[in-house]
Design a protein around this ligand. Structure first.
Ligand code: HEC
Ligand code: HEC
Ligand code: HEC
Ligand code: HEC
Ligand code: HEC
Length: 206
């Protein structure tokens, strides 16, 4: 009885552990982040058609996508919605030069190395890692940024590739499934993508 109980305890404990790793409380998937200024990607991206790169200027050139400085907001909001109370903190930030503070949604622990431009320039779309941002009235984390999430793609990267000029399109469907598969396989072969190198610990932990 004691032995059976003990084995049961181990099974229960490891199940709880596995559950913890995939638990949304830890991975933060789906949790809406509240902001001082209720910035809506749904309005700006989907309704107004502004490209991601207008605000996240680093995605094609650097490790960080970057968050927009206040003057990017003011290129439009010095002309439209100029008196809106929701935009008061934006105007104040512009007047005082003190940057807006955004509560972060997508962040990795410091010991993980990540680089946007190697992904974006090679045809891995924003939607693969950030979900349908164009449907978010307030931004939330769409994918669990666990190690397994990264490895799942690094083990077979071909299926995640599309033409690089389409990476910011949230609902892109330019190719059918078969054509996309062929494209991915050819692009991966052309670049010499090697799952062995991409899953090497040093790729992400340097
Ligand atoms: C290229 C033009 C443009 C830029 C740049 C821009 N906005 Fe807007 N914004 C708009 C338009 C147009 C609206 C009108 C709302 C709509 O589309 O329903 C708007 C509306 C808003 C609203 C009102 C609530 C809402 O979403 O409807 C907030 C808050 C806002 N913007 C914040 C910001 C912030 C913060 C920035 C900078 C990070 C910014 N905007 C940059 C065009 C812009
Ligand atoms: C008009 C400017 C603007 C445009 C266009 C825009 N964003 Fe943003 N984005 C912001 C601002 C401001 C924040 C910070 C507030 C927030 O999290 O909503 C942000 C935050 C984010 C975050 C969360 C970052 C973090 O760690 O907190 C992601 C992911 C993101 N944007 C992806 C995208 C994608 C993908 C697109 C294109 C489909 C896009 N954005 C287009 C202004 C913009
Ligand atoms: C392969 C996955 C992946 C792709 C593709 C990707 N991102 Fe990210 N993004 C991340 C990760 C992971 C982080 C957190 C990075 C960190 O904390 O070091 C992040 C962070 C961000 C942030 C927060 C600010 C920053 O620079 O850390 C923004 C904004 C953002 N991404 C926008 C975008 C946009 C826009 C695209 C498409 C042009 C995109 N991302 C494509 C995984 C991705
Ligand atoms: C949807 C697919 C996908 C996801 C998810 C993804 N990656 Fe990648 N990653 C790629 C591809 C494809 C490359 C190879 C790009 C190239 O070199 O052409 C790459 C390359 C890299 C590189 C550069 C490797 C090198 O030395 O050339 C790093 C670092 C990296 N990824 C880290 C991460 C991390 C950390 C995560 C998880 C937060 C992640 N990636 C999630 C597809 C993905
Ligand atoms: C493609 C990127 C990538 C590769 C390759 C990778 N890791 Fe990770 N690793 C991550 C990410 C992302 C996290 C953060 C997970 C989190 O916060 O939940 C992480 C977390 C960890 C942790 C912290 C404990 C944990 O699980 O949360 C350890 C230890 C670790 N990795 C070891 C390794 C070893 C050993 C290898 C090689 C066999 C490796 N990693 C390869 C992306 C990677």
């Amino acid at each position: 009885m004691i032995l059976v109980g003990f084995v049961g305890l181990i099974v229960a404990a490891s199940a709880a552990g596995a559950g913890y790793v995939r638990n949304p409380l830890r991975t933060q998937v789906g949790f809406v982040q509240h902001q001082t200024v209720p910035f809506s990607h749904k309005h700006h991206v989907r309704d107004d058609g502004i490209d991601c790169r207008y605000c996240h200027t680093g995605v094609e050139t650097g490790a960080d996508a970057g968050l927009p400085p206040t003057h990017t907001c003011m290129t439009c909001h010095s002309q439209i919605w100029t008196d809106a109370p929701v935009l008061a903190p934006v105007r104040e930030s512009y007047a005082t030069g003190k940057p807006l503070k955004w509560n972060r949604v997508a962040q990795l622990p410091d010991y993980v190395f990540f680089d946007h431009h190697v992904h974006v320039d090679n045809g891995v779309a924003c939607v693969e890692c950030h979900g349908r941002v164009d449907k978010m009235p307030l931004t939330w984390r769409a994918k669990p940024f666990t190690m397994q999430f990264c490895l799942d793609c690094h083990q077979s990267p071909a299926k995640a590739l599309r033409p690089p000029d389409m990476v910011t399109r949230m609902d892109w469907s330019g190719f059918d499934k078969a054509a996309l598969k062929t494209y991915g396989a050819q692009a991966a072969a052309h670049k010499g993508l090697d799952p062995k190198r991409l899953t090497n610990c040093e790729t992400c932990h340097r």
